[in-house]
Write a protein that binds this ligand. Sequence first.
Ligand SMILES: NC(=O)c1ccc[n+]([C@@H]2O[C@H](COP(=O)([O-])OP(=O)(O)OC[C@H]3O[C@@H](n4cnc5c(N)ncnc54)[C@H](O)[C@@H]3O)[C@@H](O)[C@H]2O)c1
Length: 258
Amino acid sequence: MNVNATRLTDRSAVITGGASGIGRATARRLAAEGARVVIADIDPTSGEQAAVEVGGMFVKVDVRNQEEVENAFAECQRAYGSVDIAFNNAGISPADDASILDTGIEAWRKVQEVNLTSVYYCCKAALPYMLEQGKGSIINTASFVAVMGAATSQISYSASKGGVLAMTRELGVEFARRGVRINALCPGPVNTPLLKELFAKDPEKAERRLVHVPMGRFAEPEELAAAVAFLASDDSSFMTASTFLVDGGIAGAYVTPQ
Ligand SMILES: NC(=O)c1ccc[n+]([C@@H]2O[C@H](COP(=O)([O-])OP(=O)(O)OC[C@H]3O[C@@H](n4cnc5c(N)ncnc54)[C@H](O)[C@@H]3O)[C@@H](O)[C@H]2O)c1
């Protein structure tokens, strides 16, 4: 890890889904670069652990609940005096979200609420602080499936990530002249509990997906954390409304190496 220990000094970050996977690796990375971190997660056990690990604060949040989301950002402002970085990252990928032919409305709605409506709540809560400061960076976690289709469908998940990407683009454009940058992180498959759970049930599916990754492997969470640290920092000062793909080459490939 090539950490710049002062790049995020005096910045405060709220990370939803900060208790695990990409969010947790990002909490470590942002803290290592000098930021103060609020872990906002539904899981109090891992969330508290993550907060202790990075010398930050845990706030229990179900991202489906607007008041709880608002409270997490208010706590960040109260404890640390600013809200500079919002990494809106919590998401789920449940097994009952599959082909449209087999996916019922309840399964569809649950994923939309956790993955998409939550990002609306988070941006709505973070923006007033950032606009008041005249400065801020919002990073919303979409996915490579927001820009390309898969025959191994998770219909609500893909639609939710398409929504996150479109919302991010629009917000980035709307607030571009007011000091707030808003970008979408689009990871390829990452080696996290979410992916492991999905593929443990179906190793053949995992193999089918790996074939399409030019680099021939899944990402490590730390590789996404490095991208988030860049988007959070002034090193990305001319970037907003972007589709920031960190996908091992997937979206650029037609035929992959053997
Ligand atoms: N892992 C991948 O391959 C991959 C690929 C592309 C995009 N993503 C996206 O990256 C993000 C993080 O995924 P991950 O792989 O690190 O997953 P993960 O399962 O390791 O972590 C997700 C975190 O979100 C939290 N969470 C779930 N529901 C919540 C809720 N209602 N309220 C608050 N917190 C909640 C969980 O407790 C957990 O800590 C998700 O948005 C996911 O869709 C993941």
